[in-house]
Design a binder for this molecule. Sequence first.
Ligand SMILES: Nc1ncnc2c1ncn2[C@@H]1O[C@H](COP(=O)(O)OP(=O)(O)O)[C@@H](O)[C@H]1O
Ligand SMILES: [Mg+2]
Length: 578
Amino acid sequence: MDGRGQLALLGGEAGVGKTTIAETLCREAADLGALALVGRCYDLTDTPPYGPWMDAFGDYQPEADLPSPPAAFARTGAEAITTRSALLDGVRHFMATLAEHRPLVMLLEDLHWADPESLDLLRVVARESASQALLVLATFRGDELASNHQLYRLLPVLERESGARRIELRRLHQEALRELVATTYHMTEANSARLVGYLYAQAGGNPFFTQQLLRALEEDEVLRPLGNRWVLGDLAGASVPLALRQVIEARLLRLDEEGQQLLRTAAVIGQDVSFPLWASVVGSEEEALLALLEEATVARLIEPEADGAGFRFVHALVREALYEGINPLRRRLVHRSVGEMLAAFLSPDPDAVAYHFRQAGDAQAAGWLVEAGERAERTSALLTAAERYEAALTIQAERGMDAAEHGWLRLRLATLQRFRKPREALAHVEVAERLAREVNDPGLTARVPLVRGLLRVYADGIGDGLGDVAAGVEMIEKLPHGKAPGPDPSNLSTPPSIQGCSSRCSRGLADLPRQRNEEKGTWRTRLAAGRPRRSLARGGAWRSCTPCRDVLTGPGERTNPPGRRTRTSTSTGFWPSC
Ligand SMILES: Nc1ncnc2c1ncn2[C@@H]1O[C@H](COP(=O)(O)OP(=O)(O)O)[C@@H](O)[C@H]1O
Ligand SMILES: [Mg+2]
């Protein structure tokens, strides 16, 4: 509140109390006049690029003189074409302006499920929090972070770069459990000690598990009120659950058979369930489902959304338990029908549709994954885009596919991978080349050397790749006018114009085909004259232009190609002097 913010990283296992603490803090800050925004990541569903940020900004209603969130983050704005740097600048500016007007608390929940681009953005925002009235709270399940998880590697960076404070929540110890029991249940000392012993032995101090056990004991009337006290029956008679899932399964038994099935179906849809979607999937009138919703709400399995459009499971663990309890065959069928319903929406979310078709083992997922990848590319979420294309290829490889489409997809993926793994990406180009020959697709054939050249530029150095690049562009130029079919893979990771660039410096490697069109062969003359760096990126202006540098050097913040040392010679040194 005094204008100096921080990033606080709240880690701990599922159910240990991260959300409870973070939300309490948000409420307290809001009571003091701060604005609190909450963005969540969801388990099981593939979080779309910038998912939690979009979630947080999507709920934000700009007040009179407060700014609107960047267009790319509006719920329907994912179509906005933008570069990474324009997008990061937009968010930084938006948050800085907000925080100037009103202290801001930004809660990002369950970042262990976040997409890589959201974590990138967190890093950027966190760096500036110290000089703003901005508290960023991020929660994550620390025990689920493998050492190759992006967040695992990011945590020490955040601590070092932004002075982030890391807080690890631990389970309740016996003394805390005693307090919890004492404040909730008025009972004899002996009963209290028995109950604490039972809870500790079963739940090990995990608050969520503890709470579920207490509810189960109350529902079974082993723990029941009598007059102004609580009495505790024979705990040996209480069923001894081995896992949280069994406790939740047992609690689900309070609903009738049909109700149980309906709620399990909802668990397939997601953590947040749209009421009309659920009604369509189960084929019931919304009216008929209301009674079940009320019962499940009383049983504290779900809670209704404030706007009445749906409900959410009270905790991801409840949903996980219900989901795991469904017969896998049935689960696939439900996923398929959810996918089909979502696909029929006016503007479906390709990540959500792809996710459900993928879980259903339905080959339709491939097309949706490609669409999700294209959407990711439009917001410069290149890592997510590459992941989606790779997943699409895996599905298509299993099912067989249209060869031309396959070839184009390989080239697009290879183009995206040019910064991070150009050598591996060459394998995709080989496949694309074979497919181009098989289907006799001149557009595809022409682009193969171009993309191969780009990759070799990054893998082996400018000299090695330029020959292929030159050959590719020549072939593209020879394509009959208007018959250069298909998307241009060398251009796919670059928006048509580089947003945020005010000069005309945005002409570089990634921009090659357009440069060719505009300059009618000039680049070739330059190549021939042995001045490749001029031909590929005119002048050096783009190096000092952040938006262009981002596009031209990619999200890895690399200004030299991988594995290459900076050269100082200007005769061959494309990288340092451009
Ligand atoms: N300190 C606590 N004492 C008692 N119960 C708690 C405590 N913290 C959380 N709980 C209960 O445990 C449940 C899970 O907490 P939650 O904050 O959702 O966990 P997480 O976000 O870590 O998964 C909540 O329903 C909450 O009521
Ligand atoms: Mg939580």
